[in-house]
Ligand binder design. Structure first.
Ligand code: GLU
Length: 308
């Protein structure tokens, strides 16, 4: 059954009721200490329709650390102003390795597999920094503008914690620099990368910001960020690389382009129809929100809105 937008509330309530036992399952991320104190028993889900209306359940206006979901927005901004140039520095294949792995990067001479693993996102942030002189500001500005919420902001405590515990990301950055795959000083790029990951936004904010990808590249004000082809390409990379080393399983269960973060958020896109954001901090062994994936699985099962 395909519900009309007016039924979104009932649909989301049904999803929440169906997946309630999953909320609180999994482990909260602890490699960034400031994230480890978050209560895992939280859940939120919001759908933004391409007409701009938004419907939510749970703590859908509660801001959380979006972490790697920010990688989608950074990539979109780079592709928007730089076209295909980024693809000489980062690939478009699933990595089949943990998101912060060094081994593959060494074997592949400093060219990350895709823009959604940490190494690839550090390259994207480097390029965004060259293009804007303020990569983290550009990502924040996009989120604030598209969500219509000036309260979307950085979390200095999370950013500080990431800087302090950022040795692994620093290793990725310096290793890529050793192969000539960095344009700016690594320490400056890392700073922007960590702050970009620390952005706090709610499911409602994320769903609205994701609409650009559901609208084939058009922003909320009707202007065009991306060509239809580029929006399609970013959605494709989300589908194949957006949920860590579980993108195959996510495609199997949910069947939508999606990008997750270790804060427990996931942004999924139904091209031409809506953007869906979920948040629940308990993560599975691959780093994806247990209740979040379950909710998206239920959402596409009830609606039939997968891309397949
Ligand atoms: N800032 C996090 C890190 O670099 C992002 C991880 C994630 O959400 O995948 O470890």
């Amino acid at each position: 059954m395909i519900p009309a937008p007016a039924d979104y509330q009932r649909l989301l309530e049904q999803v929440l009721g169906d997946i309630e036992p999953e909320i609180g399952r999994g482990r909260v991320a602890d490699h960034i200490p400031a994230l480890s104190s978050v209560d895992p028993h939280q859940f939120a889900m919001a759908v933004a329709d391409i007409d701009g209306s938004v419907t939510g359940v749970g703590a859908c206006t509660e801001p959380f650390s979006i972490q790697s979901v920010s990688k989608v927005f950074a990539l979109a901004l780079v592709v928007a102003s730089d076209g295909a140039r980024i693809w000489s520095r980062v690939g478009r294949e699933p990595s089949g390795n943990p998101y912060n792995s060094l081994v593959q990067l060494e074997r592949e001479l400093g060219i990350p597999r895709n823009p959604f693993i940490n190494a690839g996102a550090i390259v994207t942030t480097d390029r965004l920094l060259s293009l804007t002189e303020d990569a983290r500001g550009a990502a924040l500005d996009f989120l604030q503008t598209e969500s219509g919420n000036p309260g979307v902001d950085f979390d200095p405590v999370v950013a500080g914690s990431e800087v302090e515990h950022g040795a692994r990301n620093a290793a990725l950055g310096y290793f890529m620099a050793s192969h000539g795959n960095m344009e700016n000083p690594v320490s400056r790029v890392l700073e922007h990368y960590f702050w970009q990951c620390s952005i706090r936004a709610s499911c409602q904010d994320l769903a609205l910001a994701g609409l650009t990808l559901a609208r084939h590249g058009a922003r909320a004000d009707g202007s065009r960020l991306l060509t239809g082809n580029d929006a399609k390409r970013i959605n494709a990379i989300m589908l194949t690389c957006g949920t860590y080393d579980a993108a195959g399983e996510f495609a199997y269960r949910v069947g939508l382009p999606g990008k997750s973060g270790v804060g427990g958020g996931i942004l999924a896109i139904v091209p031409g129809r809506c953007a869906v954001a979920v948040w629940s901090p308990g993560l599975d062994s691959r780093g994806n929100s247990v209740a979040g994936v379950a909710a998206l699985d239920r959402f596409t099962t009830l609606t039939g809105w997968s891309v397949f």
